[in-house]
Design a protein around this ligand. Sequence first.
Ligand code: AMP
Length: 306
Amino acid sequence: MIERLDSKEEVRQAVAEARHEGKTVGFVPTMGALHAGHLSLVQTARKRTDFVVVSVFVNPTQFGPGEDFAAYPRDLESDIELLEAEGVDLVFTPSVEEMYGPGAAGAAARTGSADTSALFTGASIDPGSLAERWEGEIRPGHFRGVATVVAKLLNILRPDLAFFGEKDYQQLVIVKRMVRDLDLPSLVVGCPIIRDADGLALSSRNAYLSPAERAAAMTLSRALDATAEVLAWGERSGQALSAVMRETVEAEDGAVLDYAAVVDPETLEPLEALTRTARALIAARIGPTRLIDTAALQPPPREEGA
Ligand code: AMP
């Protein structure tokens, strides 16, 4: 039977009991509205650890003014059913007050029109320079909110392994770096992206898309595929490869590109030339919905004598 707990103290106790029984602890943080992408993380956690905890918490501090905090899809009952079917031991569903203290829920309700930093009246995590580019540039404060809530969750649970999707690649890199820099006692495990049959990366925000927008959203994965193809033909220039992504998205009337970049997989700095595995990052707006996608770019080995 899955157990659902809302309080940090009870969760700490439940995890301590599991540890006392000699179990390893795996953790998958989510914002709910679960889909097969989330469940793949849960399945990996189930395989690799004895006691699996999933958090469902729509974290207000990672939403900027005018973003979709209030509208973000929420379906806790269905989420718990899905998690139970995956054999999850514990689902942690804290309230905003439980996570951020008395009065936080009122401030969170005002996000969307106000400044989310009102929620940070005390300490928070500065995620450093990795958070300045790409998503961080378009969503100021987003990664401060992510880093802070992840640090809090890792402190509450102290899991052996914590599972994050490559779907949010910049987030994964930032969380890995934070865990290292702050000596948090967990290992961060990156998990591959799960896609619909036609290639669209699964996302809770896909629920916002109309059928026409759903069709336009395909431009993200198409852009990544086009870049991988040009790379396979022998193109090595980071600028040329990102231009392929940009042009693919620009050819789609229903999409507006935020960025398309080919970057170093650890520093996230743009690459001039691909000499080893790189990362393609792409973000676009499809009507009012922002979507992101990413792929590893593996340059083919140069032919002998070429
Ligand atoms: P979210 O609920 O959007 O905060 O996502 C929770 C976790 O699920 C994050 O680590 C995401 O990167 C991961 N995730 C979201 N979508 C996918 C996907 N399509 N495939 C794999 N992991 C995903």
